[in-house]
Ligand binder design. Sequence first.
Ligand code: UD1
Length: 448
Amino acid sequence: MADARPFHWEFEPPKIPRERFLVEGGVALDGTIRVSGAKNAALKMLAAATLTGERCVFSNVPEIEDVRVMAETLSDMGVVVDHPEQNVYEVSAGDVDWLFVPLEAAAKMRASFMLLGPLLSRFGEVVISNPGGDRIGRRPVDLHVDAMRAMGAQIDYRYGYYYAKAPGRLRGTEVRFPFVSVMGTENAMLAATLADGHTVIRPAAQEPEIDDLILFLNKMGAEVSRTYPDTIEVVGKRRLRGAEHSVMPDRIETGTFAIAAGVTGGHVVLEGADGGTIAALVEVLEQTGISVTTGDGRVEVDARSIGPGTMRPVDITTGPYPELATDIQPPTTVLLTQAAGDSRVHEAIFEDRLEWTGELAKMGAKIDLKGTQRAVVHGPAKLHAADVEISDLRAGASLILAALAAEGTSSIGGAHHVRRGYENIERKFLDLGARIERVQEGELGNSG
Ligand code: UD1
């Protein structure tokens, strides 16, 4: 590990091929597609597989960039990761030669920090990059670090890296969070599975992906249970075994396509979806007047009877599950541009999740920001094509939705952000009758 001194000032982010989406709007989406596996469950399961030396097999894993980055990060550490067929990953962490998670992984993906708990608990040490990078303070990981310290870990922070050690085993304890954190809960839970004794995590996040992770951990021989909605208890084991698991459906992808049906006045059936996990969004859609039917592993969204200017405005506030997911707020904001009247949006989780609405405004949306976390959406706005730029994953999917509802052909730069979390999004939109194409920047000359 002596050569691994990580200097942030030597780091240059890798060059990413520039791609754009070209989207011709004005088509009411119509058809059936199958929802992929959940990004936010699959990533944690790949990390959890390092809790054992035996082979873990995952199916229904989404083919997305974040999964590729997690698999590559594991391989670089000496973990054997096989990808025998589409959507199937096998992980064997018998030997981990290099207990080091580099800045390259952290810069691409915050979920790389999910390796802290399992590696520290199984191997007693890890050096892991701060995923906040130079944006320390904006999306901190202090809760994760405090949870490990509560379990007896010694953690120092130097040059952008956490140097974590657990002399002997981590100790089961009461982990109390000041507020709910999804990955904080998961990191504590993974660490606790191999700790000495009993751990109680409170308040534990209630996202369904955490319960899917619990199912997988228990197949590995862990003893994890949600004893109250906001409490997870773990009885630590000396070792865990390999296991197989099929990843739950992605509720954010489900919600994105449900909104696509709504915003284009179309009719979409989502197969392999779990309507129960998007209840808060279904309520919002129904308040706007869109019809949603859920059950039997499918979600059907019908907005064909909503005429121009008849969609009702709705005030929304994001929150921890079961409240409306912050990840579905940007697509919902696009939908609300089409409602007849003013809708208020309160983004209560993150402070930078409304910035992208500047791009939406270029397409004709009328949005007044009230500080960084509140906005008023004035509808109905007649959206028109524009040349816009994606700043992050969820904003990217949302700009596609806006372009689908707009008149003319929009050019949307930064398509790689969408690849991080949506499997083959343009194929799915094409299957619903959308006119969308992904092109290399070079093919567009100097347009952007
Ligand atoms: C996860 C999801 C992300 C989703 C978010 C909220 C993954 C890979 N990502 O992110 O898609 O948008 O939940 O549902 O599952 N916080 C701290 N200190 C910490 C940790 C978090 O202050 O140590 C703050 C965050 O800045 C944020 C809030 O807590 O304001 C909630 O964040 P958290 O639930 O931890 O989000 P993530 O787990 O990072």
